[in-house]
Design a protein around this ligand. Structure first.
Ligand code: SAH
Length: 344
């Protein structure tokens, strides 16, 4: 049986027509997915007969709130969501002046192996489906009771390692009959899957590309990010330039500052040389490390000095606000904990 919410809107229309229903029913059903409803019996604007028929012939990929943690410091809420097959993922809602921003997962686990990241411990179990990616947004919106204005694909998983489902999700979330969230309000973060960056550029969706750079040279980057062996920095920067040209969208480079690894003045100088002149922005991240990584974060003085050095070299740079530090909001931490608890 297929999950009806894994279809794109056009596919849904075709499916609904194929079962002899008028096309506008597709719009009604699609709307329920935006409202966080993944149970045909709750779709009150459909006839009882149709609801029964749909429940018999189709399934829906939902995401149930299993646990919820609210930060007392800044109102950030972290959700542990359960999928139909029992897997769990994480989504985070951050409250800003203009509305809420939701950070969503794209895979159960991750295959990329970055040395500092909790999501990759244990590898990738599977890709999320199109419907599961969207369900996170609508379930969180429903629970929060506030409109989602921004989405970041920065939770568990590598979005470009689940390319097709991510593109289908983007088209659905942007659809006027769905949540209708503008591409300009969506950011996708990648560890640097170069061939997929070219493919993404060709899709011509004006989303913001965030690149987890974390080091300015192959030697340093290779130590913490295995992807760098497949796609070295020069190729990554070339792909970023291609993306920039194709979309005209400014790129964000994420840079976690790790004590003694990538945070020296020499690293700052190399970074400035690498990206100087590009239409980009550097987001310095005072990292949240899990005990498993054996890494620790740079101290505040080093973070400020790194920023200043970049600024002096005319690089656009900010230090990311640390949200939800009291609820382990850094990606993958909760799922890890839930798994550890399950094993005990
Ligand atoms: N796979 C994608 C998206 C998920 S990770 C990517 O690599 O970009 C989202 C961001 O969180 C990335 O920049 C990632 O490097 C960063 N991140 C991972 N572990 C972190 C940690 N312990 N502290 C701070 N940021 C972390």
């Amino acid at each position: 049986m297929i999950n009806l919410n894994d279809l794109t809107f056009d596919e849904l229309e075709r499916e609904i027509s194929a079962i002899g229903e008028p096309k506008f029913r597709a719009g009604q059903i699609f709307k329920w997915f935006s409202r966080g409803v993944f149970d045909f019996s709750q779709m009150s604007d459909l006839s009882a007969t149709l609801r029964e028929k749909l429940s018999r012939d189709y399934t829906l990929a939902g995401a149930d709130i299993k646990e919820k943690f609210s930060s007392k410091i800044d109102g950030t809420v972290k959700y542990l969501l359960g999928l139909n097959d029992g897997n769990v993922i994480e989504s985070v809602a951050m409250s800003y002046k203009h509305g809420i921003s939701v950070c969503i997962s794209t895979q159960v686990g991750c295959a990329m192996g970055c040395g500092f990241c909790a999501s990759t411990i244990g590898g990738r179990a599977r890709n999320l489906t199109t419907g599961e990616i969207l369900a996170q947004v609508s379930v969180v919106q429903k629970d929060f009771g506030e409109r989602v204005s921004n989405i970041v694909l920065m939770g568990i998983g590598e979005p470009l390692d689940n390319f097709d489902n991510v593109i289908r999700f983007l088209k659905n979330i942007n659809h006027p009959k769905g949540m209708n969230i503008g591409y300009r309000h969506i950011s996708l973060s990648t560890c640097g899957v170069v061939d997929k960056i070219y493919e993404l550029a060709k899709e011509n969706l004006p989303i913001t590309l965030s690149v987890s750079l974390h080091a300015p040279d192959n030697e340093t980057r290779g130590k913490i990010m295995p992807i760098n062996k497949k796609y070295p920095i020069e190729e990554l920067i070339e792909a970023c330039n291609f993306y920039l040209k194709a979309t005209g969208r400014r790129i964000t480079f994420e840079y976690i500052l790790i004590d003694g690894v990538n945070d020296s003045p020499r690293h700052a100088d190399k970074l400035a040389r690498l990206i100087g002149g590009m239409l980009c922005h550097v987001n310095l991240i005072p990292a949240n490390f899990v005990p498993e990584s054996g890494l620790s974060k740079s101290d505040r003085k080093t973070v400020l000095a790194f920023r200043e050095r970049l600024e002096q070299r005319k690089i656009n740079v900010t230090i990311r606000r640390e949200l939800g530090s009291d609820i382990e909001a850094s990606c993958g931490q909760l799922r890890q904990k839930a798994q550890r608890a399950g094993e005990q």
